[in-house]
Design a protein around this ligand. Structure first.
Ligand SMILES: [Zn+2]
Length: 499
């Protein structure tokens, strides 16, 4: 499959180039340098200008982790004569006037320092800003590269000129490339999914083959919490990722990476944070890796399907009960299937992290439309609501499908059909709640399903566990209106969740 695609693309490029020989193709060519212990990255950018008199670049994105002062990290911006420069700090805009120069370039520095007097107190500080410190560099492209404001879709390339040769290097454009001197290129529009660079003297990159998909595990080797991160993640590569690829019957990925490094500047334990990135997941850890760390890793990597490959509606906020809640259920189901979660961890997540806080929540009954506005300002309530509401319904729907089919089908069959529906659509065509209902209608009564989605997911009424039936393997007890799920005598979680 892969080689066919590449062949197709090459012939396209050749045809294209025969028509465009007269015009210089847009490009942005970055050369990076770092000495290994300072907090400065030196950047030289050569580019073709599609705008005649001047080129306008934007640096940084405050929406990426709420870093409103991100423009402060770019320093010492300079151009060569006759070109001149105007910097608009408030709009993070850099305008270069070409003054009829034929070749264009700009140099600048990225300050990735972490102040010793101000230890990292929230993971955002290191997750969403450049980290360039003694022996360690982690960089996302929005933290060091420039945004072009025209629609030219240039070919963007990166290569390193100076770097400490003994350091371990990882890049998310072509992760098999271990030599920083080699140029990495991709079309600008394809890079929108973020690029990640790691360079350090305390970094290990392990490669795995998961059902034919190359997987990369990038971690710090030693840390102050006594973590053995490569050891912690090994079960994910050996059982969780195979589980989830089998769950979705899908191995159509060029590669996948997990980059987990510890915070460089915190002095006490402060938890962990992460973000998804094209073909990978980045996490920064400020504590010992624990059950919560396993959940976060599993949940985030599970978003490769629900969240990335399929979403209900145009905006991820529209139906987070699906995007976060159903993803959460798929996460714990796969943790059970891969035996990373046993009965105790599985039921703890379902009961203590989901059912209990949901049924005790004062806002459990608010309408789906009221979530987006308060999602970030009241994350503890509104942010968590769609995870819990959706996960509980996914569990209930799974039970209904199993009962209606006498155990022949599960929620997995319905989700596979929904995934098939998505694959049958055009690339930018979205899945809708109606598609969700259409997929479910093969397994449960359509009218009933429509009513449930409207009542429980959109209007927000909590499911009444007193009046519903679960499969033989589960039973439920209700204390102070809080349902609690248990396994019945002799029931085996790995038998319930097998595929
Ligand atoms: Zn999520």
């Amino acid at each position: 499959m892969e080689s066919k695609k590449i062949k197709g693309m090459l012939s396209f490029l050749l045809i294209f180039s025969s028509f465009s020989y007269a015009q210089q193709k847009p490009f942005m060519d970055y050369v990076l340098s770092w000495d290994g212990d300072s907090s400065n990255l030196e950047v030289e950018l050569k580019y073709a200008a599609s705008q005649k008199d001047s080129t306008v670049f934007i640096f940084g994105d405050p929406d990426f982790g709420g870093q409103n002062d991100i423009f402060n990290v770019i320093k010492n911006i300079r151009v060569a004569k006759p070109e001149t420069l105007r910097i608009d700090k408030a709009n993070r805009q850099i305008t270069i006037y070409h003054n009829s120069a034929k070749k264009h370039s700009v140099s600048y520095e990225i300050d990735g320092s972490l102040s010793v007097d101000k230890p990292t107190r929230t993971t955002q500080t290191e997750l969403f800003r450049p980290v360039i410190t003694n022996g360690m560099l982690t960089l996302v492209n929005v933290q060091f590269a420039l945004d072009v404001t025209d629609e030219s879709n240039p070919l963007v390339s990166f290569r390193w000129r100076n770097y400490p040769e003994s350091f371990t290097y990882f890049n998310s454009i072509r992760p098999s490339e271990k030599n920083p001197l080699e140029k990495l290129s991709a079309q600008y529009d394809d890079l929108s999914g973020l690029i990640y660079f790691v360079l350090g003297d305390n970094i290990e990159v392990k490669e795995y083959n998961v059902m034919g998909v190359p997987y990369y595990c990038v971690t710090t080797i030693e840390d102050t919490y006594g973590n053995d991160l490569q050891g912690n993640f090994q079960p994910f590569f050996e059982s969780y990722f195979p589980s989830i690829h089998r769950f979705w019957k899908d191995t159509d990925f060029p590669f996948y990476f997990l980059a987990v490094t510890v915070l460089q500047n915190n002095q006490k334990e402060i938890g962990s944070g992460g973000f998804g990135i094209k073909n990978g997941f980045v996490m920064k850890l400020g504590k010992k890796f624990d059950t919560r760390g396993k959940y976060v890793t599993a949940h985030e990597t599970s978003h490769s399907w629900i969240g990335t490959k399929m979403m209900l509606g145009a905006d991820s906020f529209d139906n987070q009960w699906f995007g976060e809640g159903f993803n959460d259920y798929i996460t714990i189901v796969n943790l059970a299937n891969s035996k990373i979660y046993g009965e105790e961890d599985f039921l703890h997540y379902l009961n203590e992290e989901t059912l209990k806080p949901h049924y005790e929540s004062k806002i459990k009954g608010v309408h789906n439309d009221s979530i987006a506005a308060k999602y970030w300002t009241d994350y503890a309530n509104y942010g968590k609501l769609p995870y819990r509401r959706g996960c509980i319904y996914a569990f209930y729907l799974d039970n209904q499908i199993r009962q209606a089919s006498n155990g022949k089908f599960t929620l997995r069959n319905m989700l596979l059909d929904l995934y098939g529906l998505k694959m049958g659509k055009k690339r930018d065509e979205l899945l809708t709640v109606d598609d969700f209902i259409a997929a479910g209608a093969s397994y449960v009564d359509k009218k009933e399903l429509q009513g449930q989605v409207a009542r429980y997911m959109i209007e927000g009424h909590p499911i009444d566990f007193k009046s519903i039936q679960l499969i033989d393997g589960f039973e439920v007890e209700i204390n102070d209106s809080v349902p609690r799920v248990k396994l019945t005598q002799g029931a085996d979680l790995t038998k319930i969740y097998q595929w």
